[in-house]
Write a protein that binds this ligand. Structure first.
Ligand SMILES: *Cc1c(COP(=O)(O)O)cnc(C)c1O
Length: 465
């Protein structure tokens, strides 16, 4: 059997990668010049690279490896399912055991009347499903003109043409003709960056009321759905003020607009409950799931929809689906992930152990001269870097330049912490222990100190005027 244990020297691997491998969301020419980091193994919350460095992964891969790396049960389940039934489709009057069991398990876990699952291979695909599903739903109810979807600026809902359009990322919209027609974006509930002199509560309400204004502008008879992440992830871990989501829910109800909660990051324990919707106190009509569903061990996503939507959609042939919808190996891996979460009562660990430890660690960083504030929801958090805490000032340098410098110092300190603009963000494996959180805090402090020294030397501590 081929093995990747005895590998080529790092420089040769980097050269091969640069020659043939195109990386997502990357300027590949720059990466080739710099040299990519090669990850060879991982266990728990630590990655190992091809030079033998042990790196604490405070991002759980891409917000997904909730169980941590190297759980042997997950591999065993995958192998068993591969041998039993590696693939079969669910299109033509057929189903399979992992598909049946996972749909039932998700219906049990999801709140309220969310009892039906349409599977996809990823979060992007699931949001494409949602876009078509809400339009078919209203068409089936005799209202085909109710087809517009409202989302938020700086939202992330995936990278396909549909889901990238639902998202509100300007750099994505600038390439390839996005967004497609019929999708509208209102302001995000980012008090730190955009709240001005308003209190967070006032600002949260005002941003939610932009939804009402947009619905009235378009005409409620034209608006099919609103989509939002309970806590924006890729946008920079933006925890909305407490006033935001209840107002959004009220407005959706008032105008008969379906509410889609994109739970791709928030789902499966990240915010301290099974779903972020529970943390925010809302009842969506559809939830998008992926990432933590399988802890990233296998690619799988889906849409969990209400009894009402399933009934309306179920009355017609919904001409939609993916070859890998409900892939049996991925479904079996997801089931095992959920089984382990329940058996080990991971939610109690998150609530009673990990969240308090992370709060303490982040409070400790709060006094650092570069740290303007910390946003935390469960086990996802952002650290806002600023040259001036009191005024929530931005740096004079181009947005993101300081965050990038800090990320490089994190990397040099064997810590994966991502930057979104000048925010440092974390979303560690949910199994992280207090001891590992201590290691995180030490490395983060070192990286912040090094960043501060670096900025001082480069005369970059200036605030934007
Ligand atoms: C990652 C992400 C997606 C897209 O999921 P993919 O599996 O990368 O297609 C959608 N929504 C949110 C909130 C995400 O974080």
């Amino acid at each position: 059997m081929p093995t990747f244990t005895n590998h080529l020297p790092t420089a040769e691997l980097q050269a091969l990668d640069a020659a043939h491998h195109m990386h997502p969301f990357t300027t590949n020419a720059d990466l080739a010049a710099k040299g990519v980091r090669v990850i060879t193994r991982a266990k728990g919350v630590f990655l190992t690279d091809s030079d033998g460095n042990e790196i604490l992964d405070a991002m759980a891969g891409l917000w997904c490896v909730n169980l941590g790396y190297g759980r042997p049960e997950m591999g065993q389940v995958a192998m068993r399912q591969m041998n039993e039934l590696p693939y079969y489709n669910t299109f033509f009057q057929t189903t399979h055991l992992p598909g049946i069991a996972l749909a039932k398990q998700l219906a049990d876990l999801a709140p309220g009347s969310l009892n039906h699952v349409f599977f996809a291979g990823s979060g992007s695909e699931a949001n494409d499903t949602n876009l078509r599903m809400v339009r078919v739903y209203w068409a089936q109810k005799g209202r085909p003109e109710k087809s517009h979807v409202i989302s938020r600026m700086n939202a992330y809902h995936g990278s396909s043409v549909g889901s990238g359009s639902l998202g509100g990322m300007t750099p994505m919209h600038e390439q390839g003709g996005l967004p497609i027609p019929g999708i509208h974006h209102i302001g995000q509930p980012d008090w730190w960056a955009e709240g001005g002199d308003q209190t967070p509560e006032e600002f949260g309400l005002a941003r939610a009321q932009e939804l009402e204004a947009k619905i009235l502008e378009l005409g409620a008879e034209k608006v099919a759905a609103f989509i939002g992440e309970p806590v924006q992830g890729a946008g920079g871990v933006i925890v909305p003020p407490a006033t935001y989501w209840p107002e959004i829910q009220r407005i959706c109800k008032k105008y008969d607009v379906l509410l889609i909660a994109d739970e791709v990051i928030c789902g499966f324990g990240r915010t301290g409950n099974w779903f972020g919707s529970e943390t925010m106190g809302i009842t969506p009509d559809i939830m998008t799931i992926a990432k933590g569903l399988s802890s990233g061990y296998a690619p799988i996503g889906g849409s969990i929809v209400s009894d009402e939507i399933a009934e309306v959609i179920g009355a017609c042939e919904f001409n939609h689906g993916y070859t890998y919808s409900g892939h049996p190996v991925c479904a079996a891996v997801a089931l095992e992930n959920l089984r382990i979460m329940q058996e080990e009562d991971l939610l109690s660990h998150i609530r009673d152990v990990a969240i308090p430890a992370l709060k303490t660690a982040l409070d400790g960083l709060g006094d650092h001269p570069l740290v303007g504030g910390v946003n935390i929801s469960g086990l996802m958090a952002s650290i806002q870097l600023t040259p001036h805490k009191e005024s929530r000032a931005k740096f004079a340098a181009e947005g993101g330049a300081v965050g990038y410098i800090c990320r490089e110092h994190c990397f040099a300190n064997n810590l994966v912490m991502r930057h979104v603009g000048d925010r440092m963000i974390i979303s560690p494996p949910l199994v992280i222990t207090p001891e590992e959180i201590d290691i995180f805090a030490k490395r983060a402090k070192q990286a912040l100190d090094a960043t501060y020294a670096d900025l001082k030397e480069k005369e970059m501590l200036k605030a934007a005027s």
